[in-house]
Design a binder for this molecule. Structure first.
Ligand code: SAH
Length: 248
């Protein structure tokens, strides 16, 4: 079943109006026909099962058949604060983080960040990253499109994350899994969760100190050094499984 995201105002009287680039995509790429069923998300977490009524020049009209009761979202909001990696690794990280249920992805500049993004480059990257988040959300049938935020400094990111319920600062030189276990045991539904991952060069000691001062615990992800793209996905997978298991 094809999946579209619309704004709440595109839904009126049991009818959904699909507009914009989705119209051409639906008609000419997906070759949708009247009678075909669709999944529509209004971006607020509500999904609808719909049936195509007609394909017009500037819109596709679909009738709502049923509200989807079960949201496909995790019961907690996870923000991935990702140290900006080299080349196009960020694209893979965003795609996978969205599949694993992250609500928001924040690219973070740290001491060991190599890439330099000026304002113009950042804006074009951010657009591309947001488009990747959207297509991953559709592919994995999420009810919401996660936001890829503007690039923050580590200081700004820590300040933002210090207000969250649970925080993990993945630190490659952290010994032992006891701290990881303690932090994981706090995880439950209805929370705001922060996950920090360093870039290829890792975090510096003073950055770990700053995280502690912001109340975010440095945690180990095991005895092996993981690549930056593996580290975030590892922690997100564990959080996703834990949250899904506790929900029922
Ligand atoms: N260059 C560093 C490794 C950096 S790995 C070194 O060789 O020591 C990139 C990021 O992934 C780290 O900053 C950390 O956030 C995360 N990471 C990788 N392996 C980890 C581990 N075993 N425990 C905790 N975090 C880890």
């Amino acid at each position: 079943m094809h999946h579209f995201f619309v704004e709440p105002e595109q839904i009126e009287n049991e009818t959904v109006r699909i507009i914009g680039p989705d119209v051409n995509h639906g008609k000419n790429v997906l070759r949708m026909k009247p009678g075909e069923e669709l999944l529509i998300s209004d971006g607020t977490g509500q999904d609808y099962r719909c049936r195509v009524r007609s394909l017009e020049t500037d819109c596709i009209l679909a009738d709502i058949l049923e509200l989807e009761e079960a949201s496909r979202e995790l019961p907690s909001r996870i923000t991935l604060y990702q140290g900006l990696p080299k080349s196009d690794k960020m694209e893979l990280i965003i795609q996978k983080a969205v599949e694993l249920g992250a609500s928001r992805i924040v690219p973070v500049v740290t001491k060991n960040t190599v890439v330099k993004l000026d304002a113009k480059k950042e804006e074009s990257k951010r657009k591309r990253w947001q488009a990747i988040a959207e297509s991953a959300a559709k592919q994995s049938k999420r009810s919401r499109i996660p936001e890829v935020s503007q690039v923050l400094s580590l200081k700004e990111a820590l300040l933002e994350a210090s207000g969250k319920d649970v925080g993990f600062f993945a630190y490659e030189h952290q010994e032992g899994m006891a701290g990881t276990g303690r932090e994981l045991s706090k995880v439950g539904p209805g929370q705001e969760i922060a996950v920090f991952i360093g870039p290829e060069g890792g975090f510096e000691k003073d950055e770990v100190q700053a995280a502690k001062e912001a109340g975010i615990r440095p945690v180990s992800l095991g005895k092996r050094i993981l690549r930056t793209e593996t580290a975030g996905l590892t922690l997100l997978s564990v959080l996703m499984m834990k949250l899904e298991m506790e929900e029922r």
